[in-house]
Design a protein around this ligand. Structure first.
Ligand SMILES: *Cc1c(COP(=O)(O)O)cnc(C)c1O
Length: 426
């Protein structure tokens, strides 16, 4: 029987603790696990039997979260990691090698643009940034050395929705996996695998945990990609020298990517999620659908109010009728465009700085996806090092404020924005 989302967000992956009957998933605060005997230990190390060895690789609390997220995304398996940025490296790692590139959307979380344009160069990898609304440009950017296509479903800082069906048609034709960062939408609002994504990555720090307590990340594998169809993915299709010549795809089929992520990715990169973090995220996920419905409802009300205010020059929420991406909401994220968007103040940079100091319910922080409403003026904070041109290209011009709308009373949020706008704009 196929359960609904609300049931799965509470039950998938979990069962009463076999040792104690504990109904809630215990925090297995243990580094290592006793082998039954030497044969059992050998079978575990040979990946002939699935079990627990050492918590850098696998932990029972983290395993419940992995299964929960994989189920909600409609994937075959998942690997949790220490942060969203760790998840992005873990997703690329089995695919890339020196000289290979990823074709990435220009509309990405600022930290991802930095990770892709600077840090991955140290591994000999590179990124080619393209406007994902220009499908010809995406196709043209894919070359013989491309090993992944990367975008966000609902892009941070908000207001942009990727046409995942059109992008996956291009990556499919090229025989390249599509990686979708589904952090801003969550599997409740968008299911990228149903639109052709090969892998889905998350910063579980945000809506999945939902309460601003822990950082974490996750890579979900659809299990749909044929790693052996070309010679482009030797870590998965050929004997893997880092695991005594094991052929992951041949051995594990649709779980090849997940097993590789644990047996090699976590083993050697060590970007492991700890069981405490998994616990907080499991607590959060139980109410994901309820929170996302309220985030969307509130974001629509607040964005609609801002759009009519004459101190505001633009609002970029894709849920608004006025958004150029409004039609894609119905197709890509039919339950709503999330809780994240930007708006611009006619009075410019100085007014934005005064505005973030004047809000009372909203918190001025570099985070999103909390139950609390959050605000940031990117040009004076996260995007401070960029030129004005670069800021504008990233949707973070000097007059732009980003909000992550929480689940408080919408009327209180509107009243808070109103009083702060009065202080900032006179
Ligand atoms: C926050 C975020 C990340 C990075 O996640 P961390 O958990 O902070 O490492 C990646 N992508 C998006 C869309 C994000 O919002």
């Amino acid at each position: 029987m196929a359960y609904g989302f609300d049931t799965l967000q509470i039950h998938a992956g979990a069962r009463p603790d076999p040792a104690t009957g504990a109904r809630q998933t215990p925090i297995y605060q243990s580094t290592a696990y006793v082998f039954r005997d030497a044969d059992h230990a050998a079978a575990l190390f040979n990946l002939q039997e699935v079990g627990y060895i050492y918590s850098r690789l696998t932990n029972p609390t983290v395993a419940v979260l992995q299964e929960r997220i994989a189920t909600l995304e409609g994937g075959q398996g998942a690997v949790c990691c220490s942060s969203g940025h760790a998840a992005q490296i873990m997703a690329l790692f089995p695919l890339m090698s020196p000289g290979k590139n990823v074709v990435a959307s220009t509309r990405l979380y600022g930290g991802t643009i930095t990770q892709f344009s600077q840090t991955i160069k140290r591994f000999g990898w590179s990124a080619k940034f393209v406007d994902f609304d220009d499908l010809d440009a995406v196709e043209a950017a894919i070359d013989d050395d491309t090993r992944a296509v990367f975008c966000e479903a609902v892009a941070n800082p908000g207001g942009y929705i990727t046409d995942l069906d059109a992008i996956s048609a291009i990556s499919d034709k090229a025989g390249i996996p599509l990686i979708v960062d589904n952090t801003s939408a969550t599997p409740y609002l968008c299911r990228p695998i149903e639109h052709g994504a090969t892998l889905v990555v998350h910063s579980t720090t945000k809506y999945l945990t939902g309460n601003g307590t822990v950082t974490g990340g996750c890579v979900v594998d659809s299990g749909n990609f044929d790693w052996s169809a070309s010679d482009k993915f030797p870590s998965l299709s050929q004997p893997e020298p880092a695991y005594h010549g094991l052929k992951f795809h041949e051995t594990f089929g649709p779980l090849a990517f997940t097993f590789h992520g644990i047996a090699i990715g976590l083993r050697d990169l060590g970007m492991t999620m700890n069981p405490q973090a998994a616990h907080y995220t499991l607590m959060g996920i139980e109410t994901l659908s309820l929170r996302m419905d309220r985030h969307v409802e509130n974001a629509l009300k607040v964005a609609g109010w801002l759009e009519k205010d004459d101190r505001v020059s633009a609002v970029t929420y894709a849920g608004l009728e006025s958004s150029p991406y409004h039609d894609r909401v119905a197709k890509i994220c039919p339950k709503g465009a999330g809780g994240l968007f930007t708006f611009s103040l006619k009075a410019g940079y100085e007014a934005c700085v005064k505005f973030v100091d004047a809000v009372e319910i909203f918190s001025h922080v570099a985070n999103l996806g909390d139950t609390r409403s959050l605000v940031i003026h990117s040009a004076s904070t996260t995007h401070r090092q960029l030129t004005e041109e670069q800021q504008k290209a990233a949707g973070a011009g000097p007059d732009v404020v980003r909000v992550s709308i929480g689940i408080e009373d919408a009327d209180d949020l509107i009243a808070d924005l109103d009083q702060a706008l009065t202080k900032a704009c006179g």
